[in-house]
Design a protein around this ligand. Structure first.
Ligand code: HEC
Length: 196
């Protein structure tokens, strides 16, 4: 290289080794593209894999609140006119202080033939159906025998326990702590009966 005009490396090589220069440029371009792709994946991965599990808004109770039906059914036996509903909501087991589906004891004993599913259905329709109606969050669907069979096989007490105290995405008492234990159990009975 003794010429007075000293050409740069590209200028110098483009005539003698055009293929080499082209390959060099190509490799450089590919390296930049790969770097951009990797950076993008890194950014997406870091964003997408962040856990929301412990966020307050993701607590089962809060989720249940957000996806709860717009209206809740509450039958108060002490409210005027409640007696007209009593026949439709008999449940010997319902606690007298529970806000949902409480028949006066006298009415309940007269209607023992219907006892059980009346209160269970009411609780189910007002609370549990939010998830169990369509199978939200992996909840066993109402009337889905295949989904319920293995759960029913674990025994009523296991199911009661899960319904009362929660199980993974299943919130305690379906996210409605004002339900009495008897109401929740009646709702379990109602769902189990429908899936047998
Ligand atoms: C926020 C949604 C949600 C609501 C509301 C809800 N459930 Fe569930 N439930 C679930 C999910 C999800 C599962 C499945 C839990 C699992 O196995 O991971 C489940 C499972 C169950 C099971 C089976 C438990 C077992 O041992 O396999 C019973 C029984 C049950 N729910 C009863 C109820 C009753 C009764 C109510 C109403 C008072 C109710 N659920 C309301 C989400 C819900």
């Amino acid at each position: 290289m003794s010429e007075p005009h000293h050409p740069g490396p590209i200028e110098e090589n483009i005539d003698s080794h055009p293929a080499k220069v082209a390959i060099g440029v190509l490799i450089g371009a590919v390296a930049v593209i790969i770097a951009i792709i990797l950076l993008a994946q890194f950014a997406i991965g870091a964003y997408g894999s962040r856990s929301r599990q412990n966020e307050a808004a993701m607590r089962p109770e809060r989720v249940a609140e957000r996806i709860a039906p717009v209206a809740h059914l509450a039958i108060d036996p002490n409210a005027p006119g409640a007696m007209t509903n009593a026949g439709a909501a008999p449940a010997a087991a319902a606690a007298p202080t529970a806000p949902v589906a409480i028949p006066p004891p006298a009415a309940a004993s007269q209607k023992t033939a219907q006892a059980g599913n009346g209160a269970g259905k009411k609780v189910f329709d007002s609370v549990c159906t939010a998830c169990h109606g369509t199978g939200v969050a992996g909840a066993p669907k109402f009337g889905d025998k295949a989904a319920w069979a293995p759960r029913i096989a674990t025994g009523k007490e296991t199911l009661y326990n899960a319904a009362l105290h929660g199980l993974r995405a299943m919130p305690p008492k379906g996210g409605n702590p004002s339900l009495s234990d008897a109401d929740v159990k009646a709702a379990v009975d109602y769902m189990v009966a429908a899936a047998k």
